[in-house]
Design a protein around this ligand. Structure first.
Ligand code: ZN
Length: 209
């Protein structure tokens, strides 16, 4: 992943939308966040979902190819300690919670990429790791096949916190790709309704137009 260029331009302070290389000094929230703020406090992504970054994720998820899990986790940890420092408040470290795969996909692939990266991130950052904080109760149509308007409906109520499970106050929700934000928002709502106070979303890649 040496040639993977991390995005370094300005972003929406809330959802992390990429604004491009010539940003205003203090970029305002994007139109979507202004109209309908998400349930999470903030989201950030390392890379644009394109080129080698996209190819590696697709090859891992759909063809079972090896993925540079540890290198990506290290990059996330470094960025959290630098450019994204303000996302992690001092005090209690956030608990890393991966977005769960739908059970059928998990069974077929034998792994969940966000959980592998989350586990590696936890080992490298010292943040607690809780891969069972969220359950996926519905899979339905893969998000990748849907337009943005349908994505929200598709994941509505798809995630829940198992009953009697204690949810950490501060959560670092980890996913591989951020597309419309519908999945992250549905997870954040489930975590909040189970008692989580603050949710920061980190994804490896972000879909770009
Ligand atoms: Zn935004």
């Amino acid at each position: 992943m040496a040639g993977w260029p991390a995005y370094s331009g300005a972003t929406c302070p809330r959802c992390g939308a990429f604004y491009g290389p010539d940003p205003p000094l203090r970029p305002p929230p994007c139109g979507l966040c202004s109209a309908d703020p998400p349930s999470f406090a903030a989201a950030r992504s390392l890379f644009a979902y394109a080129g080698d970054v996209r190819a590696a994720i697709v090859a891992a998820k759909y063809a079972g190819r090896p993925y540079p899990v540890r290198a990506v986790a290290l990059r996330i940890r470094e960025t959290l300690a630098g450019q994204w420092r303000d996302l992690i408040p001092d005090g209690e470290p956030p608990t890393v919670v991966p977005v769960p795969a739908n059970p059928w996909k998990y069974f077929r692939r034998g792994f969940n990429l966000p959980a592998l990266i989350g586990s590696a991130l936890s080992r490298r950052s010292g943040f607690p790791f809780d891969p069972l904080a969220l359950s996926r109760i519905r899979g339905r149509v893969p998000q990748a096949r849907l337009p943005a308007v349908s994505r929200r409906e598709n994941v509505e109520g798809a995630f829940l916190v198992p009953r009697r499970r204690k949810v950490p106050a501060a959560v670092l929700l980890l996913d591989d790709v951020y597309t419309s934000g519908a999945t992250a928002d549905a997870c954040a709502r489930a975590l909040k309704s189970a008692g989580a106070a603050s949710i920061v979303v980190v994804t490896v890649a972000r879909a770009v137009p």
